[in-house]
Design a protein around this ligand. Structure first.
Ligand code: AHR
Length: 335
């Protein structure tokens, strides 16, 4: 009896094998070298890729969390070349130092799609899908100018907690905001990196609170997680922040928890960085597979968020900006 069932199972497996092999062959293999897991934004970005590039959708995704280590990220890309994947996705930790490894991808005939952050010293990739970080910085700056005018605040003394140094997200946001600050003659007191983490934001803000006690009225955090850490440090130092308090607190990303803090009157305005690039990457892959031309640059749509009293009119590069009112529905719909 036992022998018969074993024969049946073996026969069934033999019948299924060619079908399984054919299915495995049909899967499109993708290697994704992700920056790390430093923020809520990053978690949303990873989830977006894992949801879109699932086996169910016809993909075999090799995911590597590079833990913010540039060397590990290049190693991950080289391991994808060895695996001979069909496509490689890179979210570059920093913007430079990429030409050699991208040349290796090109030589192996593997198309690379860059997401989120940019690569600034090589164009050996098929497409990039991400955010205009300089526009985010300009928007935060021009919003601050309009809001300060509305509030009758004449002097702005700004402390910035920047993102990971050398990442295009940090470079663009600093460039954009500082350009506006220079235009209006604001006092940029200091800018130190919090590495896009909550712990980093808290540590930098603790130092700021000691070094610049009573000297600042604006804190710019280059992502929500740094803002969470900065708020803890300000709470401990007895500094109040948010609309109507000592400090105007500006943040970037606008993830769910960031918008909750806008709604709670803690973050004064939050400038979105949209992490849901994967569906656009899939479109690029489908076009490449069909031998069609792809756009070299695809920009994500982003929104600027605040509560009613902090919504002001301003322009970026001559274009009027619309702000989005934070409501429970808006928070609910966010990543
Ligand atoms: O590159 C995007 C930035 O990286 C996001 O603002 C930040 O949260 C993330 O870590």
């Amino acid at each position: 009896m036992r022998k018969i069932s074993k024969i049946i199972v073996t026969a069934m497996a033999a019948a299924l094998l060619p079908a399984m092999a054919a299915q495995a062959e049909e899967l499109i293999s993708i290697g994704f070298a992700q920056v790390g897991h430093e923020s809520d934004w990053r978690t949303a970005s990873t989830k977006s890729c894992q949801d879109v590039f699932s086996e169910e959708n016809g993909y075999d995704l090799s995911f590597v969390d590079c833990d913010n280590d540039e060397a590990a990220q290049k190693e991950a890309v080289r391991s994808f070349i060895e695996q001979d994947v069909d496509y490689i996705i890179i979210d570059p930790i920093i913007a430079t130092g990429w030409d050699t490894v991208l040349t290796e991808c090109e030589d192996a005939g593997i198309p690379v799609i860059v997401i989120d952050r940019t690569i600034d010293d090589s164009d050996k990739y098929a497409a990039w899908v991400g955010s205009n970080f300089k526009t985010e910085g300009l928007a935060a700056g021009e919003w601050l100018a309009a809001y300060a005018e509305k509030q009758g605040i004449e002097e702005l003394n700004v402390l910035t907690i920047s993102g990971s140094t050398g990442s295009s997200a940090q470079i663009g946001r600093s460039e954009g905001f500082n350009e506006v600050a220079e235009k209006y003659g604001w006092n940029l007191i200091d800018e130190q990196t919090g590495d896009f983490t909550e712990a980093g934001g808290q540590e930098v803000m603790e130092n700021y609170c000691k070094s610049y006690e009573g000297q600042f009225n604006v804190v710019v955090c280059q992502n929500d997680n740094e803002a969470f850490g900065a708020m803890t440090a300000m709470d401990n130092a007895g500094v109040t922040y948010g609309p109507g308090n000592d400090v105007i607190l500006i943040s970037y990303d606008a993830c769910t928890a960031g918008l909750e803090d806008v709604k709670a009157g803690k973050i004064t305005a939050d400038f979105e960085c949209n992490p849901l690039a994967a569906p656009f990457v899939e479109e690029v892959i489908k076009k490449l597979a069909a031998g069609e031309e792809v756009e070299k640059e695809v920009y994500m749509v982003e929104h600027w968020y605040a509560l009613e009293d902090q919504i002001v009119e301003f322009e970026v590069d001559g274009e009027a900006q619309e702000m989005t009112l934070v409501t429970d529905e808006v928070i609910e719909a966010q990543y």
